[in-house]
Design a protein around this ligand. Structure first.
Ligand code: COA
Length: 309
């Protein structure tokens, strides 16, 4: 869906969306396709790249805020599609930080020897919970999936550090109020927009820049790495101005920052793994490179992962 398509739906313009967000187009899941369908495709590609089969997996962690259904977890639905019968599986709800949280948990579980091969996925079909009449939000979001396989290795490098944080006191700034136990769906709120994403954009923007900087600075400090040592930052793709402000604050030139927001918009938990995949497949990442992934999302949640590729 292009900005021109959106101009026909709400009072907006390609100029406004491009200048304020950097987004030119986003992918939209058609009716009948849900998170597990996209997670399935991404998982197959990740497993192919890693050279493993579904039988090898003993852990699947799937980050999403747009599950196929409230019950069971989308990870269970995915496990069945993959026939990954040896895997323990779980969804995590950390919004745009879902993939970063998933990497931290998978790394810890592998490191303590409980599991060996983990599949971590970020997937969203945000188009299903976007209010297509609200120009403040509908221009921002898109659908997609990305996945990565984690396994123990004797080679030096790999995941060097992880960092995760949250602040639930700011939850109201970015939320879907209805559809849970507090405000079950009923005929009133189905019509009034409460089942869709509601956001205080400028407040979220300020928090995002602060939190992304904190996540980057903290992981650099924790790992004894300088920002000049980072070959590529893979930030959550929410707004090009958030990405640029974060890079500026940590003094990282934009040629060391991966950006694909113009093609996909904000795909929440899927944004970092989609960008990681594109960076790997386009040779922007080479063996030995230091990669810093940084995210921020609803909750609020934020975090970072430092990898030596
Ligand atoms: N098209 C045209 N005008 C729009 C618009 C759109 N799609 N959306 C909002 N506007 C208008 C507003 O109504 C406002 O008009 P007003 O001044 O007459 O009231 C004006 O543009 C400026 O709005 P404002 O919200 O101050 O713009 P902004 O510069 O803060 O940009 C966001 C808005 C949403 C792009 C920006 O705040 C943002 O990116 N926030 C963070 C969002 C985010 O990352 N969320 C997910 C976190 S993971």
């Amino acid at each position: 869906m292009t900005n021109a398509d959106l101009e026909k739906m709400v009072e907006t313009s390609d100029e406004w969306i491009t200048a304020r967000t950097g987004i030119k187009e986003r992918r939209i899941a058609p009716d009948g396709l849900a998170a597990s369908d996209y997670a399935h495709e991404a998982s197959l590609k990740a497993m192919e790249m890693a050279g493993i089969s579904a039988d090898d997996l003993d852990l699947i962690i799937l980050g999403t805020v747009t599950p196929d259904a409230p019950l069971p977890s989308t990870a269970c639905i995915l496990q069945d599609k993959l026939k990954a019968k040896n895997a323990a599986v779980v969804d995590i709800v950390a919004a745009c930080s879902g993939f970063i949280y998933g990497l931290e948990y998978a790394k810890a579980i592998i490191q303590n020897g409980q599991k060996e091969k983990a599949l971590v996925i970020g997937v969203e079909t945000l188009s299903k919970i976007v209010n297509w009449k609200d120009r403040n939000t509908c221009v921002l979001f898109g659908d997609g999936a990305g996945a990565a396989v984690l396994a123990p290795s004797d080679t030096p490098g790999g995941i060097l550090a992880t960092y995760t944080k949250a602040d639930g006191s700011l939850a109201r700034l970015l939320q879907v109020p209805a559809g849970g136990g507090r405000l079950p769906l009923n005929t009133d709120n189905i019509g009034n927009g409460d089942r869709f994403i509601q956001m205080q954009g400028p407040e979220v923007f300020k928090s995002a820049v602060r939190a992304m900087e904190e996540a980057a600075v903290s992981i650099l400090k924790q790992s004894g790495t300088k920002s000049g040592d980072i070959d590529l930052m893979i930030p959550h793709q929410a707004n090009i101005r958030i990405i640029e402000a974060t890079a500026k604050r940590i003094k990282l030139p934009m040629d060391r920052v991966f950006v694909n927001i113009h093609k996909y918009g904000n795909t929440s938990a899927a944004s970092v793994p989609i960008a990681l995949d594109e960076a790997v497949r386009s040779n922007r990442i080479r063996p030995g490179d230091k990669i810093m992934m940084v995210s921020f999302g609803a909750g609020f949640t934020w975090g970072s992962v430092l990898v030596e590729w």
